[in-house]
Write a protein that binds this ligand. Structure first.
Ligand code: CMC
Length: 425
């Protein structure tokens, strides 16, 4: 139990309310305000900027220092030495796998890459021009209709099977979202390929033209998935936890995470970055856009800059910036006008007082958007890629919550509407 205490004095109350203070293994202490409801008081924290909603052992972020740890391992070290599936194992199980466990986990994922043929019918029901996130959200939610045998949330084995299923099927579904939009046949997964290689195969291969997936692009894709694998209690993960707290099934929870991720302030930012670069159109227009971003009367923001938590360089952005150079180099895209605009924008923003003062650095989405565009992935699919990468984080948090005592998430409010009034006679 906590030895530290906080005291809250409220005008009109005789004695201060004593609240326990807890320390985590690192990071800020938290004041336990749960008893306040008994005093007839709620805390007020729109946007949850000062609220810890749960205990977690999965991911730690120190935004001021630019630190991101998964189960204690720095993201830079995972990006350099690990791969996406190993990081999935780490997030789910708490430790890096032995060589044997790694192979077993990869084999498990391989067994679950295909989707039921009925899912093909779901896709055919969508208009060709449906947004890929609309399809992904619907189809992932629908997976619960296929796996009645493993939907007991209280059974740890069922939870792990759901985790493996959803991680394994996401690249297949992501590629199906693309293929449906362009009117090409769906490609079946090739289980002798690596995770990212298989994804690129399902994206760019056709039955008449077996794709040649470049190792540099596969590696870049794998690292993009890895860098997005988890980010503690962000909006979509909190949404997954909140949905999960009602006891609903894992596929419905992941679908709710996908829905939350879709917004431009969250996962939609990588798509918004590209749209912004197209809108800028020419290097000569950059200054105007920078001025607009600084203008308080203009809602325009530089997409791909700033972060709620990182008030320092996002460590994922440092890794991905290097990959961006490698990919542009391999594809010979360095001279593409769009990428030249991106580079110049980055340089100007990093030197501009407005951005420096507010600690608005390029975030991971700024570079991931550029890499994905260079690989040939259409912008409308960018958030689907983010969702594919983030799935292990969502499911690890869902599993962590269900493995411990939890309550349904139910925030309160500061009510400012009418007080009681009578319906007009
Ligand atoms: N361009 C221009 N000004 C900005 C930007 C930006 N991208 N981001 C923040 N500001 C300004 C903002 O106007 C405010 O200025 P002032 O103090 O003068 O009022 C100050 O910086 C603080 O902004 P805030 O809105 O209080 O910051 P926040 O923590 O609520 O918002 C954010 C974080 C990521 C939503 C925001 O920076 C933003 O909208 N960025 C662009 C969208 C984006 O790239 N999102 C991806 C986030 S990373 C991926 C993920 O985790 O999902």
């Amino acid at each position: 139990m906590s030895e530290k205490k906080a005291q809250l004095t409220i005008d009109g109350k005789d004695s201060p309310i004593e609240l326990p203070v807890y320390s985590g293994s690192t990071g800020p202490d938290v004041v336990d305000v749960r008893s306040l409801v008994g005093e007839g008081i709620f805390t007020y924290d729109p946007g949850f900027v000062s609220t810890a909603a749960c205990d977690s052992d999965i991911t730690y972020i120190d935004g001021g220092a630019g630190v991101l740890l998964h189960r204690g391992y720095p993201i830079e070290q995972l990006a350099a030495n690990s791969d996406f599936l190993e990081t999935c194992f780490l997030l789910l199980n708490g430790e890096l796998p032995s060589a044997e466990d790694k192979t077993a986990f990869e084999n498990q994922i391989r067994q679950h890459t295909m989707v039921d043929e009925q899912i093909h019918q779901f896709f055919r029901g969508f208009p060709r021009n449906a947004h890929p996130m609309a399809m992904l959200c619907g189809v992932v939610g629908a997976l619960s209709a296929f796996y009645h045998d493993t939907l007991d949330n209280d059974n740890p084995q069922h939870r792990m099977t759901a985790a493996v299923r959803v991680i394994a099927k996401m690249p297949t579904l992501a590629a199906m979202c693309f293929k449906h939009g362009v009117g090409q046949p769906f490609m079946y997964p090739q289980n002798d390929m690596g995770f990212a290689e298989n994804f690129l195969h399902m994206m760019f291969g056709t039955p008449c033209d077996p794709p040649r997936v470049s190792p540099t692009l596969s590696k870049a894709m794998d690292t993009i998935f890895l860098l997005h694998a988890d980010h503690e209690q962000n909006a979509s993960t909190s949404t997954v936890r909140l949905a999960g707290s009602t006891g609903t099934n894992p596929y419905a929870c992941i679908a709710s995470g996908i829905a939350a991720l879709w917004g431009p302030a969250h996962g939609g930012a990588n798509e918004a970055v590209l749209e912004m670069l197209y809108e800028i159109g020419d290097e000569s227009n950059i200054e105007d856009f920078i001025l607009r971003a600084k203008d308080k009367d203009d809602p325009f923001r530089l997409m791909g800059f700033g972060h709620r938590v990182y008030k320092n360089y996002d460590p994922r952005a440092t890794v991905i910036r290097g990959i961006c150079d490698e990919v542009l180099d391999e594809l010979g895209s360095d001279n593409d006008p769009l990428f030249r605009i991106a580079r110049k924008l980055e340089k100007i923003a990093l030197e501009d007082e407005y951005f420096i003062e507010r600690k608005l650095f390029p975030n991971v989405d700024f570079y991931s958007g550029i890499i994905l565009k260079a690989i040939g992935i259409p912008t409308s699919l960018f958030t689907v890629i983010f969702a594919t990468g983030r799935t292990p984080g969502w499911i690890a948090h869902w599993n962590e919550m269900l493995s411990n005592p939890y309550r349904i998430g139910r925030p309160r409010q500061l009510y400012k509407g009418h007080t009681k009034r009578d319906y007009p006679a």
